[in-house]
Ligand binder design. Sequence first.
Ligand code: PXG
Length: 292
Amino acid sequence: MGLKIYLNGALVEKEDAKISVYDHGLLYGDGVFEGIRSYNCLVFKLDEHIERLYESAHTLLLEIPLTKKQMKDAVVRTLKANKLRDAYIRLVVTRGTGDLGLDPRKCKVATVFIITDNIVLYPAELYEKGMEIITVPTVRNVSEAVNPQVKSLNYLNNVMAKIEAVNSGYQEAIMINALGYVAECTGDNIFTVKRGTLMTPPQYMGTLRGITRDSVLALARMAGIPAIEQVLTRHEVFNADEVFLTGTAAEIIPVVKVDGRRIGAGEPGPLTRKLLKAFRGATRSQGTRYSL
Ligand code: PXG
């Protein structure tokens, strides 16, 4: 038996998990999603991810046909059905099936699906040696248009930037905002360390309030490390003592070169290593527990 997918209340085989070509998630990218992880039968920050999903939907006037409690139960049910201890969880809510026009009122009920699968990780070597990234030309969406806080299915802004990175031989890229300040990466937040202070751009820079980002800020403060939200230019990134990226999939990944400029000593820095250790400790000791 293969992978089971949660689709509108039922658990179906992956091969049978199909949605309509009239679904507005597909026709218009009209929908929202979350990417969550579980570690050894603990779902990390499930409440926070569910909260963000419902906030994204609220902004789009998209009514999710499940309570938050029901949604959390559906996540756990899907993990159990697939007997997954460690998983990447993709939660998707689309506007649902409508006609060929944009009007969302034609879509009577939202489509909900949950994929729980094995997580594809960056190679361990990258955490030891650090990553090289570049800045790409595609600018992060302006908040007045498609707000980066909404984790919508309309991810072309990030896909474009990712293409530019990959075309140049890099796996991740810095996206600047329309004012020229550093916003974030295509699927990760960015942090710098300068003279012992941890910095990351504030939300109004076009930065998604990442859940890993929030965790790292909290872990730093608990460890007595000054941690602030700070507007950053590329110059400040180039001249930081340490740079790292955060995301559900990446956790904390050290960056050792940006646009050809070596960062600090050109190897993962001490604060980056300390925070990665603390973060990994958190993921293995806290979360929503389930049994298989
Ligand atoms: N910024 C953006 C634009 C994201 O999409 C993050 C930051 C990190 O947020 P969290 O909450 O995960 O700490 C994300 C989320 C992928 C992939 O395949 C990554 C994300 C979303 C979708 C796919 O790498 N990251």
